[in-house]
Design a protein around this ligand. Structure first.
Ligand code: AGP
Length: 677
């Protein structure tokens, strides 16, 4: 969804062209989150626009900002920026020793995708305050009415526009009173009035070369790159060390780490109600408290980003989705590193809470989409190896029903991004009800990671494709580790536990093996490209696999697909079966195998068009007459089998999408992290 980005260079000369490229590239890195318009603001030349077309003089001495906004893809913004630059005869080689630029990708919520609704949103004439915003302002209508009464004219349909206008209102009021007002005082007053969720970056010609960012709810990252020497990490292990530090540096704000990794690995995750003020090369963080007049100053340690630039580039692959599917052996290895030594399952993030989890009245898994499926795949083994009842909740449904949740419950929230609004609202609800809340996420510094009592990072690496693939399999592995860690050490379950631990270590190699089915899946996709619909039947451990395989086909290949519980087939879906409708049946070896054999027979009896996924060597068992297409995969421990089985389905969805000519990495209407309810 929306993404914000800012770049400020200090004491290091940067040409305007360079600044533009950093901002535009920042937007390209945020592109994967989903968006429908984009915009940036940079500084013009001092001489430019001293007056507007009505002959009115600008109310500040510094250069006016230049704002570029465009609907559609980033590249159309790029084209319009450079053609505008030409028209204005702007010097792209002009060197700035300090310059503050802001940028935004917008996912339309209030108002259609259009330049006027894109960000930066402005206070009005002369762009005295400009704001980029990720989130939603819930009281914008009331604020708008008040501002209209004060003479402000609104140009957009957005909720965001009230923010820069409010900033100007606060600034004008303070200026009319005694003395001046600092940029952070203005922003603090604005925050006092805002309700909703947001991460904001402010730019103002009244405060040239300064930037302010603040947040409540949405993620905000500060990136710090000190230039000229290898000493940087030692010199500023915390943000305070950047105060009045004259060294050349580059500072970044971003909605996520993907947009800063190519510039720096030093970052700080900004907390709710914090205001970060960059001025004269120094960074100060203030904690805003509605009750208090004065904010407290905050000291924040910088963290080191464990992400490589390669993760955010396609490399030799045509699409991120394909790259990420093929990265799964590596992401599984990284995810398990250091946590599975000599058969002992270590989950440091949970150790202080293990007793409470084991004594829970029940474990409730909560998530959306693929993350929900990952949780669902955990249920069979968790029920088998622990003595704790396990229930499942789709986050939005849990909220709609106001489902019962108790303080004796452990609520496990699964979310790749850690920013999904439904999941975060469900988290708030569970916290209010006193449950122990545990987070499973792939995103360091995410809201989920910060708001849960405890949790784990799955360390799958940055996932750019909107369709989650390389985060799914580590999520499945993580579920098994949690099960092993909380499960009782009864003798009766010992053999099973040992088999799982042994199986986990071999998984990356076996996943590499299944990836060899790539070509075969392309051929299968070719045979399915004109179909209207594709069903997938699974059960037990692989019910989640059927749901997840179908979700992948739906979301990227834009083909109707349903994952179904095979046991439910005879209660309705059987009516759909004929010789045309393709049906994938997952029938790998486990306790449900004979039941799946029976399902296959019933489908055959109705001339069903079957594609059967089975364990290697089982083709004749699942398809005695050789009439069905068969996908053979390696057999692993039953609860690990979904990790293997999902790979061919991911590949199938990928090839179907390419062959049908759709956008693989950014499917229409979808966003990577869904930050609205
Ligand atoms: C996955 O392919 C989908 N894009 C979507 O279902 C996603 O899993 C869901 O929106 C939840 O996202 P999260 O894991 O970031 O919370």
């Amino acid at each position: 969804m929306c993404g914000i980005f800012a770049y400020l260079n200090y004491n290091v000369g940067r040409e305007r062209r360079y600044v533009l490229e950093v901002l535009l590239n920042g937007l390209r890195r945020l592109e994967y989150r989903g968006y429908d318009s984009a915009g940036i603001a940079i500084d013009s030349d001092l001489t430019l626009e001293a007056q507007n077309e009505n002959g009115k003089c600008k109310p500040y001495h510094s250069s006016s900002p230049l704002v570029f906004r465009q609907e559609g893809k980033i590249e159309s913004l790029v084209t319009s920026v450079y053609s505008e630059v030409d028209k204005l005869d702007l010097d792209l080689e002009k060197l700035f020793l300090v310059h503050a630029g802001i940028a935004h990708t917008r996912w339309a919520t209030h108002g259609v995708p259009a330049p006027k609704n894109s960000h930066p949103q402005s206070s009005g004439e002369f762009d005295e305050f400009l704001v980029v915003h990720n989130g939603i302002i819930t009281n914008y209508e009331v604020l708008k009415q008040t501002l209209v009464r004060q003479g402000f004219k609104f140009e957009s349909d957005t909720d965001t526009e009230v923010i820069p206008k409010l900033a100007k209102f606060v600034f004008d009021q303070a200026r009319d009173g005694e003395g001046g007002v600092t940029f952070s005082q203005v922003v603090m007053e604005v925050m006092r009035q805002l309700e909703g969720a947001y991460a904001l970056i402010f730019k103002s010609p009244h405060y040239p070369n300064e930037l302010i960012a603040c947040k409540r709810g949405s993620t905000l990252i500060l990136g710090v790159n000190e230039l000229g020497g290898e000493t940087s990490r030692h010199l500023f292990h915390d943000v305070k060390a950047l105060t009045a530090n004259e060294k050349p540096k580059e500072l970044f704000f971003s909605s996520d780490l993907c947009a800063i990794v190519e510039h720096t690995k030093n970052y700080a995750a900004i907390e709710d109600n914090e205001i970060v003020h960059i001025k004269d090369g120094s960074v100060s963080i203030l904690r805003f408290d509605n009750e208090k007049e004065m904010p407290a100053s905050v000291q924040r340690a910088l963290s080191v980003l464990e992400m490589e630039v390669e993760q955010i580039k396609k490399g030799d692959f045509d699409h991120f989705m394909k790259k990420e599917i093929h990265e799964q052996p590596g992401s599984l290895t990284t995810s398990m590193r250091g946590r599975l030594k000599n058969g002992i399952v270590g989950l440091g993030g949970l150790k202080d809470h293990m007793r409470t989890i084991r004594r829970s009245r029940r474990i409730i898994f909560i998530g959306c989409g693929t993350s929900y499926h990952a949780a669902l795949a955990a249920r069979p083994i968790m029920e088998e190896l622990t003595d704790v009842p396990v229930t499942m909740e789709i986050a939005s449904d849990m909220l709609d029903r106001k489902a019962l949740i108790f303080k004796e419950d452990t609520a496990v929230f699964v979310s790749q991004s850690g920013e999904t609004a439904d999941t975060l609202h469900a988290l708030e609800y569970a916290l209010e009800n006193g449950a122990l809340c545990l987070g499973v996420t792939n995103t360091v510094g995410s809201t989920l990671a910060r708001k849960t009592h405890c949790g784990v990072h799955i360390n799958a690496g940055c996932e750019i494709g909107v369709a989650s693939t390389k985060a799914y399999t580590p999520q499945l592995v993580w579920d098994k580790r949690l099960t092993l860690a909380i499960g009782s050490d009864k003798l009766s379950t010992l053999a099973k536990r040992e088999a799982i631990i042994a199986g986990l270590t071999k998984l990356p190699e076996q996943v590499r093996d299944v990836l060899k089915l790539d070509g075969e899946m392309k051929v299968l996709a070719q045979s399915l490209i004109d179909e209207q619909s594709l069903l997938m039947f699974g059960r037990g451990n692989n019910y989640a696999t059927a749901l997840e395989g179908a979700l992948k086909v739906k979301e990227v290949a834009l083909m109707h697909s349903e994952g179904m519980l095979a046991g439910e087939m005879k209660h309705g879906p059987l009516a759909l079966v004929d010789e045309h409708l393709p049906i994938i049946v997952i029938a790998t070896q486990d306790d449900s195998f004979s039941k799946q054999q029976s399902v296959i027979q019933q489908l055959h009896a109705r001339k069903g068009r079957l594609i059967v996924m089975c364990s290697k060597g089982d083709a004749s068992l699942v398809c005695p007459d050789g009439r069905s297409r068969v996908i053979e995969v390696p057999q692993v421990a039953d609860c690990l089998q979904p990790i293997i089985n999902i790979i061919p389905l991911q590949l199938l969805a990928y090839h179907l999408t390419v062959l049908r000519g759709y956008d693989v990495d950014q499917p229409r209407n979808l966003a990577k992290s869904v930050t609205t309810q």
